[in-house]
Design a protein around this ligand. Sequence first.
Ligand code: COI
Length: 356
Amino acid sequence: ARRSRCSTLMAAAYRTGTADLVDFNWETLGFQLVPTDFMYIMRSSTDGVFTNGELVPYGPIELNPASAVLNYGQGLVEGLRAHRKEDGSIVLFRPAENALRMRKGADRLCMPAPRVEQFLSGVKQTILANKRWVPPTGKGSLYIRPLLMGSGAILGVAPAPQYTFVVFVCPVGHYFKDGLSPISLLTEEEYHRAAPGRTGDIKTIGNYASVVSAQKRAKDKGHSDVLYLDPVHKKFVEEVSSCNIFMVKDNAIITPLLTGTILPGITRRSTIEIARNLGFQVEERLIAIDELLDADEVFCTGTAVVLSPVGCVVYHGRRVEYGNGKVGVVSQQLYSALTAIQKGVAEDGMGWVVQL
Ligand code: COI
């Protein structure tokens, strides 16, 4: 019955032309959940083979209370953005990279994962089925959230006997509440986001559960988010709760080296490549917090945050400001170059953009 309701809804959407755009106030978009029309579900067999993925109406999914994801956090998230171009067509940015990162995370968490083509097909089908929710050009984008979870029931700590891959989508605007205005970061002194040998370099759901209390504390003090330091020396800059960090000093662009405790962001890697193509010197190395405090510009990158300038960092009660509340010149240049490619406005020359 669910499947037939799904095809009726899809047929109606395309027939009536409502497939073009939903009646929605696009000016209100932030980064909050807006329910859309369809989601994609694909389950694995007990031998870990994914088959028969399908679109179903967006809504709650059924999970056994003994599922591994609910009890032991055996789960991964991904995040991508799709943009609507002026001609109405839709573009995606480097989706195969997300598929590969999910496969790497799945390997670490002892889960089978969809093949790259299966991941891409699920993502594309979900976007096309929810096409009317892709914001008009310049008003935002469609955030795509693929999930992989141990959905099978298990009591002792062990890999789940079955897995589920889900894709849902949501129209979004800016991640931080003040849009593109420079954000304020509070350095975290008590907690760490990750530790050597653990899972800081994959997108497992537990990494996000562990950051929300420090994030709440920072937000209650008026900051946008938390900046984490390395757990061993408590000295080297790692990342923010939901994004990677960069600094600019004397026109060189520097970002923390991926030492295993930092998420290998796709926007991070793209920013490095774009900066090098623009002629900047880019370094991936350890950055001591004192060095960050002495930078000319600081910015964050991530699918959700895109490229967000940092206006202020507070460390041990010392407040350092960058750029007098304005976006730095290098940050602005990189933001413009990155988003022009992501939106399909500029040629990337690297085959990053996938046209749907
Ligand atoms: C993303 O940037 O897509 C993420 O997954 C970060 C998320 C926690 C908002």
